[in-house]
Design a protein around this ligand. Structure first.
Ligand code: GLA
Length: 386
């Protein structure tokens, strides 16, 4: 759905049959440029926040319920605001909202009755963090202007997803949604939880390409990867007890001792350790405006996810392999959790149109599906709209 912020108030009033004016909050989706599956290994990530966002309009109500309407699902869900801290998930979209309300209650901000209207133009299941956008915009709406540290907001939204919804995600998506900045990527250190903004060269367009496939493997494979990384850490600790996470392992050390790690965890660790280094290298290349090097790092990262982390799929590999042969394309890689969703591409501005045409033709000929293209302009992080 295409959401235009000034239409949201009208949509809220129409749905809840009121003339009162709600407050509106926005939180963006994100596209990660490099450093994939490194966040829960306490490494670096390098996302940008997007203009595509989730919007939540909220108005206090006397009925004592949280009445939540999702315009994307065209469904309403209601639950008692009091005691929301002991709510349980019901395996629906509303879990993200109730999860946030529940975490806020645990953090000392109990919910009171309110009507919420939710609409998002972040495509669901595309690897662009529609869930983080929903969590962060909901948290801001329920806080309603009460002061809350931005980092604590990101952590709370992450807990809603990992503890309540049950997807053991890292911090990247919620962090990017909170801390996004125009013209910049955010280099996040997932161990210290500090960040640095890195300018993106002007003569470059970032284009996400939606493969339109989402393989069902998603959450279970994610869980498996988390466990395999922990196995790698356990094996590496036999050589060096001070290692707490893969972040503590340098590439040189890993190469020396990798034979001591069983094959599958070894491949997972190799990806995580090398992609963490590629974040630092991409940031340096971006600062230097070295587009060729940025593209090289993108492709190296994709191959690492394809062969070592094994989170790509046929359709995504086809999009990457086709894209990197096209004129003006510096690099291409899968972004987000994997197993479908989007690729992210670095393209020279004057080649974007031809890139889209050629990639569409090739993908339609092969899979009879039209990919969708998103121009990814680094946008500001979450906040109040009205
Ligand atoms: C999902 C998770 C993130 C991160 C990425 C992979 O988007 O929510 O925390 O692990 O996958 O980089």
């Amino acid at each position: 759905m295409a959401v235009i912020p000034n239409q949201i108030v009208g949509a809220f009033q129409e749905h809840f049959k009121t003339e009162a004016v709600p407050d509106v909050y926005r939180a963006p989706g994100r596209v990660n440029l490099i450093g994939e599956h490194t966040d829960y290994n306490l490494g670096y990530v390098f996302p940008i926040a997007l203009e595509m966002s989730c919007y939540v309009a909220i108005l206090p109500a006397a009925h004592g319920q949280l009445r939540i309407y999702s315009s994307d699902w065209n469904e309403e869900f209601s639950t008692l605001a009091e005691g929301i801290g002991s709510a349980r998930p019901v395996e629906r979209w509303s879990d993200y909202v109730v999860g946030v309300a529940s975490e806020l209650a645990h953090a000392g901000v109990p919910s009171t009755g309110a009507d919420l209207w939710i609409g998002s133009n972040v495509p669901v299941g595309s690897g662009l963090s529609s869930s983080a956008a929903l969590e962060v915009s909901t948290a801001l709406a329920l806080l309603g202007g009460q002061p809350f540290e931005p980092l604590q907001l990101a952590r709370l939204a992450q807990r809603a997803e990992s503890q309540f919804v049950g997807m053991p995600c890292g911090i990247m998506d919620q962090y990017a949604s909170v801390f996004g900045q125009e013209h910049s990527a955010i280099q996040i250190d997932c161990r210290s939880l500090e960040h640095e903004y890195v300018p993106i060269p002007d003569d470059l367009r970032i284009v996400a390409v939606n493969s339109m496939v989402k393989h069902e493997l998603g959450t279970s494979a994610y869980r498996e990867r988390v466990a395999e990384c922990q196995e790698a850490v356990a094996a590496l600790r036999k050589t060096d007890e001070s290692i707490q996470s893969l972040r503590d392992v340098s590439l040189a050390f890993f190469e020396r001792v990798q034979e001591s790690v069983p094959l599958v965890p070894r491949k997972r660790a190799r990806h995580v350790i090398s992609d963490t280094q590629r974040v630092l290298d991409l940031a340096a290349a971006s600062r230097a405006g070295d587009l060729i090097e940025m593209g090289r790092l993108f492709i190296a990262s994709h191959r690492s996810m394809q062969y070592d982390y094994e989170i790509s799929c046929e359709e995504i590999d086809f999009l990457v392999d086709t894209a990197i042969k096209l004129p003006g394309v510096y690099g291409s890689r899968v972004t987000g959790g994997g197993f479908g969703g989007c690729t992210v591409n670095l393209v020279a501005p004057e080649h974007v149109e031809a890139f889209q045409t050629a990639l569409t033709e090739a993908y339609v000929a092969r899979y009879a599906t039209r990919p969708i293209f998103y121009d990814c302009v680094p946008a500001a992080g979450a906040g109040r709209v009205s």
